[in-house]
Write a protein that binds this ligand. Structure first.
Ligand code: GYE
Length: 342
């Protein structure tokens, strides 16, 4: 329809006036689709997205946990709701796949590149390439360790050190400051594994009777959490473990199975605290098998696309956007589960 075409052009003009980068506007102009029904003579569009539609490349880590799946759904759902075209790539836990995806987003000339970095280090070269292309980068969920902070516009996500502190404070409170702790760490080299360990250790330093006697990565998955907990329990210190600190709920849920198979009562013989606050963790708390979960909100879609839209409108955005989270104990689980969104 001619009116459609005019609307698209108006949107395009408004979009360009709003101050998106010149390159982006040129691309939008070039992408203005021909409308065969209106008998338009413009060249066929290289992409079938309507002019003015924002296109965002997003590189996701994978689907290792319930948290991650909720995060992916939030991002996909929010893009769809706002009419933003999302080019989504799943890296299957590999940094090299994320780097490839980011390079392909540069080639596709997306308007914004967003990603959740699997590990903290090793991003400088590819982020420099993105900077040269003029495409802004938004980090979601996990941070990167780079010396040049201009390589990304903002980092949206939780404060993982604080989550680790919260888990430790809960252990101090519930054990009276005396515990033999087994720790299941997240993906080696990832921001949440590094920071959740750091925050936890920072708090227990003041409590000499709380000791971490076992600590290993369970890679944020249920299967690995179960496997590593089995080896903890079978080790010579296995019978001393009376607290489990898992860097995410999925590993705690796997460990619960291992504890049961070893003939012990999770939540009773071994007190368990984990991080995320996914539905299955609340169910385990209602069943008395998990004692506490420290919330980490995966529903980052709205904040991500608020930032994308603010960028395209040349509005200034904060360098660090922190998500708000709580701590939930068994006694609150039955009530809280009713309103959980993930
Ligand atoms: O805690 C874990 C996931 O980066 C916060 O990654 C995220 C973590 C989350 O796999 O379940």
């Amino acid at each position: 329809m001619l009116s459609d075409l005019l609307t698209r052009r108006t949107v395009l003009a408004a979009f360009c006036m709003a101050g998106l980068s010149l390159a982006a506007c040129e691309k939008k102009a070039e992408d203005t689709p021909a409308d065969p029904k209106a008998g338009a003579t413009n060249k066929p569009a290289p992409s079938d997205k309507p002019a003015g539609t924002l296109r965002v490349g997003f590189s996701q880590i994978g689907a290792e946990s319930d948290w991650r799946r909720a995060n992916t759904e939030s991002i996909k759902g929010e893009a769809e709701k706002r009419g933003i075209e999302l080019v989504f790539a799943d890296a299957q836990q590999k940094q090299e796949n994320q780097i490839k995806a980011i390079r392909s987003f540069i080639q596709q000339k997306v308007d914004v590149i967003a990603f959740s970095p699997v590990v903290e280090t090793g991003w400088e070269p590819v982020l420099k390439e993105v900077k040269e292309s003029g495409i802004p980068v938004i980090l979601t969920d996990r941070a990167v360790d780079v010396s040049d902070q201009s390589l990304f516009v903002t980092f949206i996500g939780a404060d993982f050190v604080e989550e680790g502190r919260r888990a430790a404070n809960w252990v101090v409170k519930s054990t009276g400051g005396k515990a033999m702790v087994a720790e299941l760490q997240g993906t080696p080299g990832s921001a949440p594994a590094i920071d959740r360990k750091k925050g936890f250790e920072e708090v227990i330093k003041a409590h000499p009777d709380i000791k971490i006697i076992k600590s290993q990565s369970g890679e944020f998955t249920r299967a690995k959490g179960k496997e590593v907990m089995e080896t903890f329990l079978k080790s010579s210190e296995g019978s001393q473990i009376n607290v489990l600190y898992a860097h995410n709920d999925d590993m705690a849920l796997g460990a619960i199975q291992a504890i049961e198979e070893a003939g012990k009562k999770p939540g009773v013989d071994i007190t368990i605290v984990s991080i995320d606050g996914v539905r299955a963790a609340f169910e385990a708390m209602v069943a008395g098998k998990l004692n506490c979960t420290v919330e980490c909100n995966p529903l980052l879609g709205p904040q991500l696309f608020d930032a994308v839209e603010a960028l395209s409108a040349k509005k200034s955005i904060e360098k660090r956007i922190v998500t708000k989270e709580g701590v939930f104990e068994q006694a609150q689980a039955a009530e809280a589960i009713k309103t959980r969104q993930y």
